[in-house]
Write a protein that binds this ligand. Structure first.
Ligand code: ZN
Length: 657
């Protein structure tokens, strides 16, 4: 474990609070210490209030902030006096505690203080750092944890038994810590949870965290439990898209909504999924209480989703009967699937959630693989996990969760997504919650967005092998396909029929027509597994109902494509796949229309650019965004009973009307 402290960088952070920001970010940069909002830090300061009176404050990490990117405003200033009085109460519910923490802040717009705020307050040191270190986790989830911790640390850390995070944990620490602390103590270890360090300066507290974690790493190294070599007995198949899409369909049935699935089939994941003792170690429980909510208590082994969901319902019934509260059961779908043929599949309501679950479980694999070299793996029990999963604070969040986005958990593929209407569709789909697979011939598509819900693939749609690879990649990344927007097309230069060469004709047909047939055929096995039914929208053209001279190849290709869509609507209705067509016209904010071209075309009609743009019945300008919002709306629930329709988006065209 290396310290990331840098004197020059640190010098930019002048005040104690700024120093707190700096070392918090250092902790956040190391994913073996904290992951996705895990861990928290604090600093105790005395500041004058409005009346000039000094007030002791605890600046503690606010919820919703990640240590890696935290700023000064991400720390909630809470009055110390109030925190210390709370720590003396014999009992306090966690909702009451959360309320007390909020009202004890001195800034109305402060984030909600960490639920571990009281614990930070009772530790008598200016700076306190808390992480869920992987190295520690490999030791503190073992039955022999206490002996090993004594061997590693002696009296340098105080060891606290497992207690669920929240008031109860703060209370236990408040009791135990003063009794066990010695002059050598520089930290606190919470069994099955994590580690705290503290010090007089940000640097001292940070250095001690690194030192304590480093000692754990060295211990694991000495016991050959640090470097794990993963060996798989077989590799995953080259084509897995139908397997994954089938699994996704089963998961959606028990979750009651579509979910995103991400495949991880690198050696480490396959090797772990092929472990002989997997059913023993992977079904014991999660590494820390922090993992429960995002990875569920245990993964699904194999692919029997129904059986897993039934076991989850039974678990809920058994555990809930212990509780005096009326509890709302969470969806019984797994968040991690371990399959010897596929590897690891992480599951989430969105691409972000699936990515977080995957990352957390990747660390879980490291932790378990190391721990099981030392001893039996004995993490958080089913009862302890249930208390966290159905924590009153988590249940309260369920009630408050707003209406989720209409296309949440769905996967949409857009062709020609690098510019114009296709790009606007990709953006609109993402805004409505879908994960987007964006295909374009321009390689810039790959880096068009760095969002987890965006997968850009450079692809010439006229190349059938490239299309198949794109679908395979899409299914591995997101789990399947629900929506397809066939938008890519070419618009050859104007030629009258007597001058139209067969090469131009064939090229136009190949891209605008043949490529779409290939994609429809290849995508059908995935679309028919879409939990809400597949949806296809084809971007045709006003030229279909009202062709113009000089574009025989284009108009014919789009008319044939429209006819193909109508047949698809007929044939695939039984598979619950809806197929609709839009006919946009005069959409000028696309790559094809430079200001010069627009000027020339307007002049050739004797119109100003603005009049030329609005040359339709409504006098409306038709933009890519408008077309995209119609296309995406067609994929939503409003049009659930519409298939085979053709919708003009042209501001009203007298030849079409
Ligand atoms: Zn924690």
């Amino acid at each position: 474990m290396k310290s990331l402290w840098n004197d020059q960088d640190a010098a930019q952070f002048k005040t104690d609070l700024e120093q707190r920001v700096y070392t918090s970010r250092l902790l956040g940069r190391d994913t073996s210490l904290v992951l996705h909002g895990g861990g928290n830090t604090s600093v105790k300061l005395t500041e004058p209030n409005l009346f000039g009176e000094p007030v002791d404050l605890l600046y503690v990490k606010g919820s919703g902030w990640d240590l890696a990117s935290i700023e000064a405003v991400g720390f909630a200033p809470v009055r110390m006096e109030h925190l210390l009085r709370l720590s003396l109460l014999p009992e306090l519910s966690d909702s009451q505690m959360a309320n007390e923490l909020r009202v004890a802040t001195i800034r109305a717009d402060a984030p909600a203080p960490s639920v571990e705020a009281i614990l930070h307050a009772i530790l008598p040191h200016k700076f306190v750092d808390h992480t869920h270190s992987d190295a520690l986790a490999s030791i503190i989830d073992l039955p022999s944890a206490r002996d090993r911790l004594t061997e590693i640390y002696g009296d340098r850390v105080v060891v606290v038994p497992y207690v669920m995070p929240g008031f109860a944990l703060s209370r236990v620490c408040a009791e135990i810590f003063p009794k066990l602390v010695t002059k050598n103590t520089i930290g606190l270890v919470l069994l099955k949870h994590g580690i705290f360090s503290f010090g007089a300066t940000a640097k001292e507290s940070y250095d001690r965290m690194i030192e304590l974690v480093d000692l754990a790493e060295s211990y694991l190294q000495r016991h050959n439990a640090w470097q794990i070599t993963y060996q798989k007995s077989s590799s995953s198949a080259a084509q897995v898209r139908s397997d994954i899409a089938s699994l996704r369909s089963e998961i959606a049935k028990v979750a009651g909504k579509p979910m995103i699935l991400s495949l991880h089939d690198e050696t480490k994941f396959l090797a772990f999924a092929q472990r002989k003792d997997l059913d023993v170690i992977a079904t014991r429980g999660p590494v820390t209480p922090d993992h429960v909510i995002r990875t569920k208590r245990i993964p699904l082994l194999g692919r029997n989703v129904q059986q897993y969901a039934q076991a989850y319902r039974d678990y809920f019934d058994t555990m809930a009967s212990r509780s005096q509260r009326s509890l709302q059961m969470l969806d019984p779908a797994p968040r991690i699937v371990l399959d010897p043929e596929l590897g690891m599949i992480s599951v989430g309501k969105s691409a972000d959630e699936a990515a977080v679950a995957g990352e957390l479980y990747e660390h879980t694999i490291d932790v378990m693989s190391r721990a099981t070299v030392l001893d039996a793996w004995e993490p958080v029990t089913p009862e302890e996990a249930f208390d966290v999963e159905y924590w009153e604070l988590e249940q309260a969040k369920l009630g408050k969760a707003g209406s989720s986005k209409p296309l949440m958990g769905e996967v949409a593929l857009v062709t020609g997504a690098g510019s114009g209407i296709g790009k606007a569709c990709a953006e609109e789909l993402r805004q409505r919650g879908a994960a987007v697979v964006a295909l374009d011939i321009n390689p810039a598509i790959v880096s068009q967005s760095n969002k987890k819900s965006f997968l850009g693939i450079q692809c010439d749609i006229a190349d059938e092998t490239a299309l198949e690879t794109a679908l395979e990649t899409a299914a591995r990344r997101f789990g399947g396909l629900d929506i397809m927007i066939l938008n890519a097309g070419i618009f050859p230069s104007t030629k009258r029929i007597e001058d139209l060469d067969l090469a131009t004709w064939h090229r136009t047909m190949r891209v605008n027509l043949d490529a779409n047939l290939s994609l429809l055929r290849l995508a059908h096995p995935l679309l028919r597994l879409a939990p809400n039914g597949g949806r296809i929208v084809i971007n045709a053209s006003k030229n279909v109902p009202a062709p113009g001279p000089g574009q025989a190849a284009y108009s014919t290709s789009k008319s044939a494509l429209t006819q193909l869509a109508r047949v698809a609507a007929l044939e695939w209705g039984k598979d619950k796949i809806r197929v609709n067509v839009v006919h946009p016209n005069a959409v000028f904010d696309t790559g094809l229309w430079t200001p010069e071209v627009l000027q020339q075309r307007a002049a050739s009609y004797g119109l100003s650019v603005d009049d030329y743009k609005r040359n339709n019945v409504l006098g409306a300008e038709v933009t890519s965004r408008i077309v995209a919002s119609v296309i995406v709306e067609l994929c939503g629930p409003t049009f659930c009973a519409t298939t085979g329709a053709q919708i003009p988006i042209d501001g009203g065209n007298d030849r079409v009307i």
